[in-house]
Design a protein around this ligand. Structure first.
Ligand SMILES: Cc1cc2nc3c(=O)[nH]c(=O)nc-3n(C[C@H](O)[C@H](O)[C@H](O)COP(=O)(O)O)c2cc1C
Length: 203
């Protein structure tokens, strides 16, 4: 059976935990994941988590595969200039890409078709191929530039998700807030999960 391939990019917005938890759940669900982590995202990961993430993509692949018990060849990590990787071309077979979290810088690059590094190129490919692209943007407050970039992408069919968890499941831990957001992204990807009870189904 063809593997369910998902592209995940973690960029340098606050909320690295959202991206890492999403990665864990995609791997648990049996997806094959093409992962890219921008350099600013590595600074954020060092600031916000206890992960001692190595700097090189090949080392990150080994490290994160171990962290999340990925199967052989389930996780592929690419560096910013790895132009020979599948995600650089529309011939790749990934059905969706998520940028989680998505910085305002990457939001702008994607909205303007910059394609200057592999994350921007992979997103541009998803746009040109008409495939599912989800941006979990994190910034507060947002400027008119951010709003215009979001509107432009939304009109092109991109799913814009602000990193803003709900509270109606009465969370008592940060993990529950992270899971709320992760669950909504998995829903968008049509991937089954049991992270949080669904509205109206908890009783
Ligand atoms: C600890 C930390 C937190 C940051 N948080 C945000 C944020 O929430 N949103 C944002 O748009 N940029 C944030 N930035 C700034 C971005 O990292 C910066 O604009 C960077 O150029 C983004 O590059 P990238 O999109 O290639 O990862 C943060 C930077 C650091 C170091």
């Amino acid at each position: 059976m063809k593997p369910d391939r998902i592209i995940l990019a973690i960029t340098g917005a606050s909320g690295a935990q959202y991206g890492l938890r999403l990665l864990e759940n995609l791997l648990d669900a049996g997806c094959e994941v093409y992962l890219m982590i921008s350099q600013p995202a590595q600074v954020v990961i060092a600031t916000e988590t206890n992960l001692d993430l190595p700097g090189r993509a090949d080392e990150q692949q080994i490290f994160l595969s171990e962290c999340f018990s990925a199967a052989d060849n389930q996780l592929h990590v690419f560096g910013r200039d790895q132009w020979m990787s599948p995600v650089a071309s529309g011939s790749n077979t990934a059905r969706a890409m998520v940028i989680c979290p998505c910085s305002s810088a990457t939001l702008s690059s994607v909205a303007n078709g910059a394609s200057r590094d592999l994350i921007e190129r992979a997103a541009d490919v998803m746009l040109k191929e008409g495939r599912k692209l989800i941006l979990l943007h994190r910034e507060m407050p947002v400027s008119a530039i951010h709003l215009e970039n979001m509107l432009k992408l939304s009109r092109l069919g991109v799913t814009i998700m602000p990193a803003s968890p709900g509270f109606y499941h009465q969370p008592t831990t940060i993990d529950e807030l992270i899971d709320f957001v992760t669950a909504r992204i998995l829903d968008q990807l049509h991937i089954e999960h049991t992270l949080i009870p669904r509205w109206g189904e908890s009783q």
